[in-house]
Design a protein around this ligand. Structure first.
Ligand code: CP
Length: 322
């Protein structure tokens, strides 16, 4: 593995999930793999889980880690080519990424979309330029359109919780939930992309439910059962993944029609005692009812804990190809 950007960078999902769960059972088995290797984590946006779990994963592999908060501590970054830099930007990504590549063996970068121009966000211009100019393997720590470490974590968590069940495949549902701010589509895009691939590989059955107008880009939802009826989607569900996103078609907008979509105990009654997932951070009693979050079916903390093993298996695979 070189770049880790999407589900397309992994062939057999069961193999990487099993490898991650083996690392969870023996976190320090590969401590010499990262000796004298440096991981640079570059953040253009805030993070709790991605930052801490990836640092821990690297430490488990014996790597040194440097964290750069570009949004607060770095020079204002220019990403456009052919512009006279006589405005607020101070350093071009061409030099900044290349310099980071001098210091690090592997790099990770987080950069959210601006949610103003769909074509610009979906071109993944910043991530692609960073890969090109740093010259080192790059892990996405969440880009404009995807959050692959989160989605791999989610598949690890579903697999872990489904172990030993009589029925071969769980029913997994992604549901839209309300929010007060327009949020990126990165997490739901990515979750859908990984779950569609897992469905195609016979690992689970996948349904998406959202109010009309919140359709995700079709490239992420191939093969998914999609419905605007949330209760129909929740029927017999084994896992319910809760997430808000802004509209893709009316790009970056919050539309009317999402009222009443917050999952609560009553709405979950039709499920198969579903485990409830969320990538966090979550807004209590806006996106998801507190009673569910604090109840026995919530697996959000286990899910966040598994971020370590997703990051560690990706770093391990990259180090093994160095
Ligand atoms: N789920 C997730 O990526 O959390 P952070 O934004 O805190 O890293």
């Amino acid at each position: 593995m070189n770049t880790f950007f999407s589900a397309h960078n992994v062939d057999k999902l069961k193999e990487i999930v099993d490898e991650a769960l083996a690392l969870k059972a023996a976190p320090y088995a590969y401590q010499s793999l990262g000796k004298n290797k440096t991981l640079g984590l570059i953040f253009l946006n805030p993070s709790l889980r991605t930052r801490m779990s990836t640092q821990k994963a690297a430490a488990n592999l014996g790597m040194n880690v440097m964290v750069m908060n570009m949004d607060k501590d770095g020079w204002a970054l220019e990403t456009r080519d052919g512009v006279v830099m006589d405005g607020t930007t101070v350093e071009h990504i061409r030099e900044a990424a290349a310099v980071m590549g001098e210091y690090c063996n592997v790099l990770g970068i987080r950069s959210f979309p601006k949610l103003k121009d769909r074509a610009e966000d979906y071109s993944e211009d910043l991530f692609n330029k960073f890969v090109k100019f740093c010259g080192k393997p790059v892990i996405s720590l969440e880009s404009a359109t995807r959050h692959p470490l989160q989605s791999l974590t989610d598949l690890i968590t579903i697999t872990e919780l489904w172990q030993g069940k009589e029925r071969q495949k769980p029913k997994v549902v992604l549901t839209w939930a309300p929010h007060v701010k327009p949020l990126p589509q990165a997490v739901p895009n990515s979750f859908a992309e990984w779950m569609c691939k897992a469905q195609a590989q016979g690992l689970l059955d996948f349904t998406i439910t959202h109010p009309e107008g919140y359709e995700l880009a079709e490239e992420f939802t191939q093969g998914a059962n999609i419905t605007v009826n949330q209760q129909e989607a929740f029927q017999d569900a084994d896992f319910i993944y809760v997430k808000n996103w802004s509209s893709y078609n009316e790009y970056g907008q919050i539309l009317i029609g999402g009222e009443g979509w917050m999952p609560d105990e009553e709405k979950l009654k039709v499920s198969n005692n579903a485990k409830v997932m969320h990538c966090l951070p979550v807004r209590r009693d806006l996106e998801l009812a507190s009673a569910v979050l604090d109840g026995p079916n919530s697996v959000v903390i286990q899910e966040a804990g598994n971020r370590v093993w997703a990051a560690q298996v990706v770093l391990k695979r990259i180090l093994e190809t160095q």
